[in-house]
Design a protein around this ligand. Structure first.
Ligand SMILES: [Zn+2]
Ligand SMILES: [Zn+2]
Length: 363
């Protein structure tokens, strides 16, 4: 193996006692992801050391595998995890060993002084780097993070649900922070991946009528959508979603459309089924240029909202929703697998024969 350093220590396949396993993107290019031995991170004066209990696989991890998302190798993957605090530095005052926590990994590196950092919109900070791509993430046993990145879970919230905090924050940001969605609204939600399903859970809590659309490949995810209370399920491989929306809205179109897949046909359908003066929220990433009937924006006078990740307000709300326990997110978690089976778990995610897959550390 080439010279590679991790926390300043040269990585090898086996560095002996005290070593931890970590799932690492070793160098750029497609693949180059390996479970390697790494030194145990040491707690710093301002640090919080956490033993990771559950770590979720995100589409971003797959994109890093294929080198379609920026990453700085060698780096441990995963930005969605929960765990228990094992040690804190002398300067840490709000967190203590034994606390059950989740981590806002997106703020690992940020300037703290720009307009976006100061208004809580850290995602837009020009110098920002997140855990799992810019710095070591959660597919391992221990991490050490800053105190301000740590959110304590209420006693009634499981660590499994805690591991959903980051993707749930994306859903909360889209549904609660971009615009107002009201009881009685008919919402067309396209793309039943984990984020789409988390949005669905929130929309149901709002009292909306939800039409959720997926393809033949999304069979299992559409089943989960039913369990979460979707009113109408559309398999676009078998049914024309435009006909379904017309039927369900008396030809008026959907009040709100939420695009969670990033697929060009889905984006086109969303623009087609949104009603005049309706709202369009974009959560999915296309990853390429798409061709659209642009004048639809003008003729229907659509309000369009992008929703990129989350901000501090979304995280505060996530913690409240978790604590109040009124939105059941358990159906979104379909698999719990050991880290050593990461390859199998990544394959599941790629085949979409799962919803959220959580990994746990095993020797
Ligand atoms: Zn994620
Ligand atoms: Zn900044």
């Amino acid at each position: 193996m080439n010279l590679m350093y991790y926390l300043g220590v040269k990585l090898t396949k086996n560095i002996g006692d005290g070593a931890l396993k970590a799932l690492i993107k070793t160098k750029s290019g497609v693949g180059n992801v390996e479970l390697l031995d790494v030194p145990e991170p040491q707690c710093t004066e301002s640090g919080v050391k956490i033993e990771i209990k559950w770590a979720g696989i995100c589409g971003t991890d797959l994109h890093i595998y294929y080198d379609l998302f920026r990453n700085v190798p060698p780096v441990t993957l995963c930005h969605e995890f929960s765990g228990i605090v094992t040690e804190v530095g002398t300067q840490v005052s709000k967190v203590k060993p034994g606390d059950r926590v989740v981590v806002l990994g997106s703020t690992m590196v940020r300037c703290g002084t720009c307009e976006h950092c100061k208004t809580g919109e850290y995602i837009f900070c020009a110098t920002r780097m997140g855990m799992g791509h810019g710095g070591n993430g959660g597919f391992t046993r221990y991490v050490v993070v800053r105190e301000d990145m740590v959110y304590k879970l209420a006693d009634n919230v499981t660590l499994e649900i805690g591991a959903l905090a980051e993707p749930f924050a994306c859903a909360v940001h889209a549904i609660e922070d971009t615009t107002k969605i009201n009881v009685g609204d008919i919402v067309y939600l396209s793309g039943p991946g984990p984020i789409g399903l988390l949005c669905l859970a929130l929309l149901r809590a709002h009292g909306c009528k939800v039409i959720i659309a997926g393809t033949d490949q999304d069979q299992l995810r559409l089943e989960i959508a039913k369990e979460l209370g979707a009113d109408v399920i559309v398999n676009v491989s078998k049914e024309n979603p435009v006909d379904v929306v017309n039927r369900e809205t008396k030809d008026q179109g959907a009040d709100v459309v939420i695009e969670c897949s990033g697929a060009e046909p889905s984006i086109a359908t969303c623009l087609q089924v949104v009603k005049k003066l309706g709202k369009y929220i974009q959560l999915g990433i296309a990853g390429k240029k798409v061709s659209l009937d642009y004048d639809t924006l003008f003729y229907k006078q659509i309000q369009i909202y992008g929703s990129n990740s989350h901000n501090y307000r979304s995280w505060e709300r996530v913690m409240r929703i978790f604590e109040q326990g009124k939105v059941d997110l358990n159906p979104v978690i379909t698999h719990k697998m050991p880290l050593s089976k990461w390859r199998e778990a990544f394959d599941l995610c790629e085949a979409k024969t799962c919803s959220k897959v959580l990994l746990y550390y095993d020797e």
